[in-house]
Design a protein around this ligand. Structure first.
Ligand code: CAA
Length: 258
């Protein structure tokens, strides 16, 4: 996978590890990063041997935002006609599980990118923020919407209006991250968590992800109905037969992915 310049892509058994790799710019997200991430995630989604992915950055920064130097000279017409940042919608359509492992700064687009993942594991060094207002702009990759859903109106409003960063403990209390671990253990813990998910029946993993995401797009009644229909659909899979037989026979399930 030598043709990536701004990310590193490794396959560790059934887990794909994606590492943002622009250390000179604290992993600021430019158009090339987006294009490479989309390509790597499309490959991940298409490869039946890959069951879970982890997206991480460096010790110092997950990502310090969208690349300010790339945006600085743009005008409204460029941004609007080019539909700037719209490509990130594609990233959120990744169907298989995607974990963000965040150490250091996750600011602006970095925080937004982490929130596009299925859940965030944070190092105790992580700092989250939406400081765009200090640049005379606003979140542009969905941050105002995803942050409000994750932490509620009060904290989201305070964060976007003041640009204040929150540390890992505050992020955990607010529900932005699933867990905080010591920085030295972040990657191992993320890979261990990904390996656990990778051991699940793949269609069930996809369906579980899809139904939790539906909670953010539907009414409660529609979401519950959607969950029930997907639950019913899983009874059409070989892995449901295998999973329930394995439980009864007190052995581990052997998934076929069918
Ligand atoms: N874009 C481009 N370059 C960036 C960057 C960004 N978002 N963040 C950091 N860099 C660059 C710096 O310019 C610097 O480059 P040079 O060495 O060439 O000067 C290098 O990364 C290291 O950064 P600092 O010297 O600033 O490091 P620091 O430790 O002193 O400060 C920081 C760290 C507090 C994170 C600071 O870099 C910072 O405030 N960065 C910008 C954060 C920000 O405003 N993010 C939001 C961007 S806008 C956005 O994301 C829009 C959106 O909604 C999607």
């Amino acid at each position: 996978m030598a043709d990536y310049e701004t990310i590193l892509v490794e396959r560790r058994d059934a887990v794909t590890l994606l590492t943002l790799n622009r250390p000179q710019a604290l992993n600021a997200l430019n158009s090339q990063v987006l294009a490479e991430l989309l390509r790597a995630l499309a490959d991940y989604d298409a490869d039946p041997a890959q069951r879970c992915a982890v997206l991480t950055g460096s010790e110092r920064a997950f990502a310090a935002g969208a690349d300010i130097k790339e945006m600085a000279g743009q005008g409204f017409a460029d941004m609007y006609a080019g539909n700037f940042f719209a490509g990130y919608e594609q990233l959120t359509r990744t169907r298989k599980p995607l974990i963000a492992a965040v150490a250091g700064y996750a600011l602006g687009g970095g925080c937004e990118l982490a929130m596009m993942c299925d859940f965030i594991l944070a190092a105790d060094t992580a700092k989250f923020g939406q400081p765009e207002i200090k640049l005379g702009v606003s979140p542009g990759m969905g941050g105002s919407q995803r942050l409000a859903r994750a932490v509620g109106k009060a904290k989201a409003m305070e964060m976007v209006l003041t640009g204040r960063m929150i540390d890992a403990d505050e992020a955990e209390r607010a529900g932005l991250v699933s867990r905080v671990v010591p920085a030295a253990e972040l990657l191992d813990e993320a890979l261990r968590t990904a390996a656990t998910i990778a051991e699940m029946a793949p269609l069930a993993a996809m369906a579980n992800k899809e139904m939790v995401n539906a909670a953010f797009e539907t009414t409660l009644a529609q979401g519950v109905q959607f969950e029930r229909r997907l639950f019913h659909a899983l009874f059409g899979t070989a892995d449901q037969k295998e999973g329930m037989a394995a439980f009864v026979e007190k052995r581990a399930g052997q998934w076929s992915g069918r």
